[in-house]
Design a protein around this ligand. Structure first.
Ligand code: GLT
Ligand code: MN
Ligand code: MN
Length: 389
């Protein structure tokens, strides 16, 4: 089984993932800080083609322009040394207290302006290091107190902010696409643009020439938090031509954002995520947004990275096996029933509508068709469980 990553697989991991030292609401750090350059070297050694970063992951918050340049130059040297690229860059608009009540959707015009300025600087950093995507995750763009924000005004402000950043990237030819990452809640009680569907609807309201470079970054874990089907989420973004990035990981449904190792939960749904990406001819990076357990020792964060990559490659092999399994394919092929005569009438026209009204159907006969889903799902399970071939 081919479980060694190849450069063309383009696996990436966020610097914030491996640097996560374990601080959360109930406890402090359990691991020492991980130096960003050591982090980049560690990701390269673990088999990553690239890494993803927030401005503040690399360049400490509040650094001067010259300090920023120095760090970026150093980063470029480490990247060349390790043969590692950057997949996506993003702006941390959630950590500093200035963003306590939102960034682009803050009620305070000064905070909104500051957020746009920080996003421009982060976009510059991304372009400098060759990122192809600029992710916008609006973690603080939400509320706990319904009375605190006019939701229509907040969405209008969100649009203004996204348009500003997209126009900056386009106007300065930074060569990146923007991918908005939805999340239903956490850290806010409710976050604006909670699902991929909301983001798709929102993108359709942007300035037409900016729409082209704005898409979605759905995260498996965030879809599972609201209990919706991740595969369908991704498929809908693909259908709209808007799957610009995707954050892969694992999550038990309806809990806080767990960011577990890819493949750690619901192997069957994860298999169908890989199947969808691979069969769609996905050319983006294969990006993991995961967190080590709080109980992990410092060196175990690399096991997390290796595990994600291995699980993806194992599931990709399973996709090929599923496609080559004669019994499964026989069931799959039988699912589609063609009817050339009826299909010829499926496009709207007055004539087709008139002809369709005259057709006689036998609904009981149609309903009597056996679908074989019990068998199909069992065979899929058995293949994944390793007991077929
Ligand atoms: C943060 C969040 C992730 C986002 C990252 C990008 S940061 O960890 O939970 O889902 O992708 O801002
Ligand atoms: Mn994410
Ligand atoms: Mn997450």
């Amino acid at each position: 089984m081919a479980t060694d990553p190849r450069p063309e697989d383009r696996f990436t991991v966020g610097l914030w993932c491996t640097a996560f030292a374990g601080r959360e609401v109930f406890g402090s750090e359990v691991r020492p800080p991980l130096d960003p350059m050591e982090n980049i070297r560690g990701l390269a050694a673990a088999g990553c083609w690239g890494f993803n970063f927030h401005d503040d992951d690399l360049v400490p918050f509040g650094s001067s322009a010259s300090e920023t340049d120095r760090i970026l130059a150093h980063t470029r040297r480490v990247m060349a040394d390790e043969g590692i690229a950057v997949g996506m860059a993003t702006c941390n608009m959630f950590e500093h207290p200035v963003f306590k009540d939102g960034a682009l959707t803050s009620n305070d015009a000064r905070v909104r302006a500051y957020a746009r300025q920080k996003a421009m600087r982060a976009a510059d950093m991304g372009a400098e290091l060759g990122a192809e995507t600029f992710v916008m995750w609006g973690g603080r763009e939400g509320l706990e107190v319904e009375a605190s924000k006019d939701p229509r005004e907040a969405i209008k402000r969100y649009r203004e902010g996204v348009e500003f950043v997209a126009a900056y990237i386009l106007g300065n030819e930074l060569g990146m696409k923007v991918a908005i990452e939805p999340k239903p809640n956490e850290p806010r009680g409710d976050i604006f643009l909670p699902t991929a569907g909301h983001v798709l609807g929102f993108i359709a309201t942007l300035e037409p020439e900016l729409q082209r470079i704005v898409g979605v970054n759905p995260e498996i874990q965030h879809s599972r938090m609201v209990g919706i089907d991740t595969v369908h989420d991704l498929a809908q973004c693909l259908d709209a031509g808007k799957l610009f990035h995707t954050d892969l990981g694992a999550q038990k449904p309806t809990r806080f954002d767990q960011d577990l190792r890819f493949g750690a939960e619901d192997i069957k749904e994860t298999f169908f995520v890989v199947k969808l990406l691979e069969e769609s001819g996905w050319t983006g990076t294969r990006a993991f947004d995961v967190k080590p357990y709080r109980s992990d020792a410092p060196e175990e964060v690399w096991d997390l990275v290796r595990g994600c990559i291995r699980s993806y490659l194992i599931l990709r092999e399973k996709v090929a096996q599923w496609a080559a399994d004669a019994e499964i394919q026989e069931l799959v092929v039988a699912l589609d029933v063609a009817d050339p005569e009826l299909e010829a009438m499926s496009a709207w026209s007055v004539d087709n509508a008139r002809a369709l009204r005259e057709v006689t159907f036998d609904p009981d006969a149609l309903a009597a068709r056996r679908l074989g889903y019990q068998r199909l799902d069992q065979l899929t399970f058995e293949l994944l469980a390793g007991v077929r071939g």
